[in-house]
Design a binder for this molecule. Structure first.
Ligand code: NI
Ligand code: MN
Length: 230
């Protein structure tokens, strides 16, 4: 069975018999990271929701290590390529066949740029990311506000086995809006992400779990380093 591991903040390691991928590999400098880059198994894809540093993280180094492409919006993928990564540049609404899994980028309401000492680099639109393997789909929402087309995305691409939903507030939706996001997506399991890494996004994930539970849903609160099969 495929397996996902929450690596802290918004980073999720996706492992299956056919291949491994990672979402938003912010490990170095992440106070809640469960893994160092060295501890991440060999990858065949690195999936980036957007260009912010707490999502791009170690993407370029992991790509160089494993020869795995960074898959992201064209501008962000091209920036990573300019830094020495392999890259597959896509755009919102497009999908890509990895051979062992299908990746699709979908809307997210956020901003996207990469900050360097020289200033901000434009990295295109932010996205949510769907990965389908062995007939099962996981949906990493990326950083996003609540929007009603989460329901359309779930209807077009579902059923969703596992949804990674940001709950931290301040930079993304908070718990109340995340509950409505859950209601629109109705995944078999929801895993809260993007909270408690830094003081502005301090949240109680059990409060999210209780609210979704009251609606009949299932939330898995994963501690950094904890895995679930699906
Ligand atoms: Ni962000
Ligand atoms: Mn973020």
């Amino acid at each position: 069975m495929p397996k996902v591991t929450f690596c802290g903040h918004s980073c999720v390691l996706f492992e299956s018999a056919a291949g491994n991928a990672i979402f938003d590999p912010f490990l170095t400098g992440n106070p809640s990271a469960s893994h160092t880059p060295k501890e991440i198994p060999k990858l065949s894809a690195i999936l980036l929701s957007h260009g912010h540093g707490d999502h791009v993280g170690d993407a370029v180094e992991l790509s160089k290590r494993d020869g795995a492409p960074v898959i992201a919006t064209y501008e962000l993928a091209s920036y990573c390529e300019s830094q020495g990564a392999e890259a597959v540049g896509m755009n919102t609404g497009g999908s890509y066949d990895l051979g062992w899994a299908r990746v699709k980028l979908v809307q997210a309401f956020h901003s996207s740029s990469y900050q360097t000492a020289e200033g901000f680099i434009y990295t295109g639109m932010p996205n949510g990311i769907l990965v389908t393997v062995e007939g099962k789909t996981v949906y990493h929402l990326g950083d996003t506000a609540l929007f009603s087309d989460l329901g359309l995305i779930a209807r077009r691409n579902g059923p969703i086995a596992v949804a990674f939903i940001p709950i931290g507030d301040h930079y993304t939706m908070g718990i109340e809006d995340a509950v409505e996001a859950w209601n629109l997506i109705r995944p078999s399991a929801a895993v809260p992400v993007h909270y408690n890494t830094f003081p502005p996004i301090r949240q109680d994930p059990d409060r999210f779990a209780a609210k979704v539970g009251a609606l009949g849903g299932a939330v898995r609160v994963l501690a950094p380093g904890e895995s679930m099969e699906f």
